[in-house]
Design a protein. Structure first.
Length: 166
């Protein structure tokens, strides 16, 4: 009978996000280089409207680091985030290469790096997930703050219950 077949005991499922909080000095050389590039690219943001600058840097398996920065527009929704400017350009420029890791950094409206890292917006998580799927392996995520670096093992871990199949 409709509505009676799928009876389950209701329960709460807790989904946890594995974040490692690290000091900059605890990063390895490659991680530091990626964070440095993301920080450098906050200086390439075009953010006259929000005055919030974001930089991203993606390491590809061909050894290249592709950076990006948020690009705003007078028609606000036409602008794009640093993460998407980097991932779209990375795949357009090197379609055969696969993502290995991404670092993200920001400068607040006061011109200083926030103590706690800025995390990517939902749309960027979804966009990055596509390239993680394409890579066929986890893409490490480093979120840089002035006081702490957050390391996540994968984009997937940033976007639980993701829409990823169709
Ligand atoms: N922004 C990013 O570049 N990445 C994010 O993950 C969050 C937000 C940008 C978009 C906009 O230009 C500015 O930050 C303020 O939202």
């Amino acid at each position: 009978m409709a509505g009676t077949a799928n009876f389950l005991m209701m329960k709460t499922i807790d989904i946890t996000v594995p974040v490692v909080a690290m000091g900059y000095d605890e990063l390895d050389e490659a991680q530091r280089a990626l964070v440095d590039k993301a920080r450098e690219y906050t200086g390439h943001a075009y953010a006259p409207y929000s005055r919030f600058s974001v930089g991203a840097a993606i390491r590809l398996d061909n050894g290249v680091i592709v950076p990006g920065a948020n690009q705003e527009n007078a028609a606000y929704p036409s602008g794009t985030c640093a993460e998407r400017s980097a991932c779209y350009w990375a795949h357009a420029r090197y379609p055969e290469a696969r993502f290995e890791s991404i670092a993200i950094a920001s400068l607040g409206t006061d011109g200083r790096e926030p103590e706690v890292p800025t995390a990517p917006c939902g749309a960027c998580r979804q966009a990055l997930l596509e390239y993680e799927k394409l890579a066929g392996h986890d893409v490490e995520v480093l979120l840089a703050g002035a006081g702490v670096i957050y390391r996540l093992p994968s984009v997937r871990s940033l976007l639980p219950l993701a829409f990823s199949e169709f």
